[in-house]
Design a binder for this molecule. Structure first.
Ligand SMILES: [Zn+2]
Length: 133
């Protein structure tokens, strides 16, 4: 049983300080600021490739009182507005290959906002943020 679950949290990665590493050598400690899921991998800020991975997860540190350093990144819940913005970007990028009728696109965006279709955008979906002081 994970430490976080022993403290009564739903998700094993709740309030954990987590090490992320990339094959390019980038290393980073990211804090999960809430009792919610986190992705296993993401785009690396050093090399730009999607190879930044959660590593040494057995050594995650439970830190509910963690004070973020300036510039440190952390996971938080994404908002419906952020889900909509991501979805609109995705639709725009794909307009060249498959043109979605505007009405369909709007319906899709509304359903994303409602958290109905895409698992990633259920309530509590994770977004990476940075402490800017
Ligand atoms: Zn990298």
């Amino acid at each position: 049983m994970s430490v976080a679950k022993k403290y009564g949290h739903v998700h094993g990665e709740a309030f954990m300080l987590m090490k992320y590493a990339c094959v390019c050598g980038h290393r980073e400690t990211i804090w999960n600021s809430r009792d919610g899921v986190t992705p296993f991998g993401m785009v690396c800020p050093s090399c730009g490739k999607p190879n930044l991975r959660h590593v040494n997860w057995q050594h995650d540190v439970y830190a509910p009182e963690h004070k973020l350093q300036i510039g440190q990144r952390f996971w938080r819940d994404g908002t419906p507005d952020e889900a909509e913005a991501i979805m609109r970007r995705r639709i725009e990028q794909e307009q060249n290959t498959c043109s979605l009728k505007p009405k369909i696109a709007e319906e899709l965006i509304q359903s994303i906002r409602d958290g109905a279709t895409d698992y990633k955008f259920r309530n509590g979906w994770p977004i990476i943020d940075q402490n800017n002081g």
